[in-house]
Design a protein. Sequence first.
Length: 406
Amino acid sequence: MKSPITLALLFLSMTFLSAQELERVYPTAEVGTVTSIAIHPSGLGYATQECGLLLKTTDGGSTWQPSDIGLSDESYFAKIQFLDDNDSGKMIYTGTYGLFYTEDGWASYENVNPPEGTGLIRDFVVMGNGEWGLIRSSSFLYTADTGETWSMTDSLFNGGFRGLVVGEKVYITGGSFIRESTDYGKTWHVVFDANTSLRNLVQVGNEILAIGSSGFIFASTDGQTWASVDPVGWTGSGTTLIEENGTLFSSTSNRLYISTDAGRNWTAQTYPDRILRTASVFLKNDGTLLVGGQNNLLVSFPDPTDVTDYSILFGKQGNLRDISAYGNKVVAIGEEGVYVYSDDGGSTWTESNVPSFDLNKILVIKDRVFAETQIYTLAEIIDNNSQTEIYDVGDNTHSFEYDHLN
């Protein structure tokens, strides 16, 4: 039990800190959720994050680094699309409030977001005639000159959420409706009312699938007649869903769903602990699945049918729980063995990981670092990256003090 003097000093310390201006020292980069992943055949790729942040790869997605191209869009719905398989410099960045176009790999770019129309930007499509289509929450606009001039559809249009180009036709989900355009977005008509909110559209072979909330799926081979599908093993919303070579991949907050029969049957896997709030998926040419999530997280699954085999390419797998310092040595630890340390009083930080354990409490004594694990054992962390158990401190012990280790 702490003495009254200790408690008084603690109170005064907290009061003093609350009156100061706090400065973030770790992580130095902004933290957001990875909302989309795109990799060009050349190996150049980007992963978009909240608040206009980007991660960049030049080796096909094996390694990633933060990339600042000066985007100021502050939105969650962010996505980068490569526009030419033969030219990696041409891209479009879609954000809730901005539409940015580059022809030189972001050395320069232009905000081509049209002043016409209403509603937040939801999706961007390249239609069969090469024109662009912009889906907003309450309008649809199209352009034939890479965003220099825009036209808004004259049809009654209550907005959309996701778009799908099938040959010369365009389909859009909006609320419970699916709308079709056969003249490149100039006019629209309703082809289906699902009576439930629809989140996504995807083509699998000769079928179009409309993915709804609460596990509903509808299918059509001609875009005109739709039938309900009774999916087995599916409870997702379909917001994060892709199709590659006839296989569907959908990632929810903590699960990965895979279907090889156009959404009729699904296998579900629960991600390892702390891989949560996933928001994007991308399948590489070698079959590796990339999944993006919160805390800048990018995870690689060499075999998507086995989510226990994975590697963290970027970001944090868990939250920080405790911090301790001795002299210039500062250490912070957290979930899934997250371990970061500074040898210069917090000016620069090095990231490491102690496998197998959540770390609850940390204590630095001179050049030694001790941590309490989630199974209530005391461990010493050696060379900042390996762990040696010292002794069992008992199931009823949830913290420790300096004098326990003297």
